[in-house]
Design a protein around this ligand. Sequence first.
Ligand code: LIP
Length: 303
Amino acid sequence: MTTQTPDYAPHLASALSIARTAGATIHTAFHNRTSLHIDLKNANDADLVTQVDRNVEAAIFSHLRAQFPSHRFVGEEGTAAAGDAHTGLGDHAEDDTPTWVVDPVDGTTNFVHGFPFVAVSIALVVRGIPVVGVVHNPVMNETFHAVIGQGAFLNDVPIPTPPLRPLASLASALIATEYGSDRGEEILGPKVHALHDIVSSPARGVRSLGSAALTMCYVARGALDAYWEAGVHAWDVAAAAVILTEAGGLVANWKDVNAGGAVKYDLCARNVVCVRKTPEGAQARSILEGIRGKLTPVEYTRD
Ligand code: LIP
């Protein structure tokens, strides 16, 4: 008996609507940064939050909560906690309650510096699986979206855009990674070591866009061939994970996570490695394992 996929059209419509409204706020603030109030989240200057992040997240949850009051809400800036007992996804990742997972401004450092890779990321997650994803960059006017089983789109055009280039090895791969905000040697050392091993493998090139959500969407559209990072949170990757999967790409953890006998991407494991769709599926799998083989595990607490 096949289980009928629920109709997620209302959820997508609501997420797209509030993403565009939030995007207008971000776009205005992006071009008026002189009055931006910036706070440091941790001990260093690399993990920033602004009042725009907080205000946008609260507005997104207010909109979604009005339409889906029985759902759960998890966001990077914790504004959901004000109206919802649940703040982390990890404790509830596998239960049936649909959960909205939101990063109001993915690429906050880019936003503060006027670097245009800035996006609002909104995902609906059910039993740990993202089923609806919207990633909207108001600065570059790019909106990525997907619903599970229904394909992936950039500005309503299917992605990846043809033709699919072969991807025979890392030597022909443009790969992205990020260093994250933690600068401790036990975290940064393995990441720089992995970067050295991958670049010298050799990889054709490496990019760091400063937004996990947009980076994964650029893998989905075929502008990047692969991406790896340790330290990402569920809100950074949840929406882009369904977009990239629906674009025919591979999204995995640094080590396969088996759930009920099947390998599943664990949103809360704090890591990601992904590869774009390739003409031969085996090429993408080979690139994924080639990257994995050069990664030294970096431990983070689960979301
Ligand atoms: C960012 C992530 C990025 C990571 C940064 C930062 P934020 O999210 O998208 O992958 O390397 O350190 O966490 O904080 O801008 O929403």
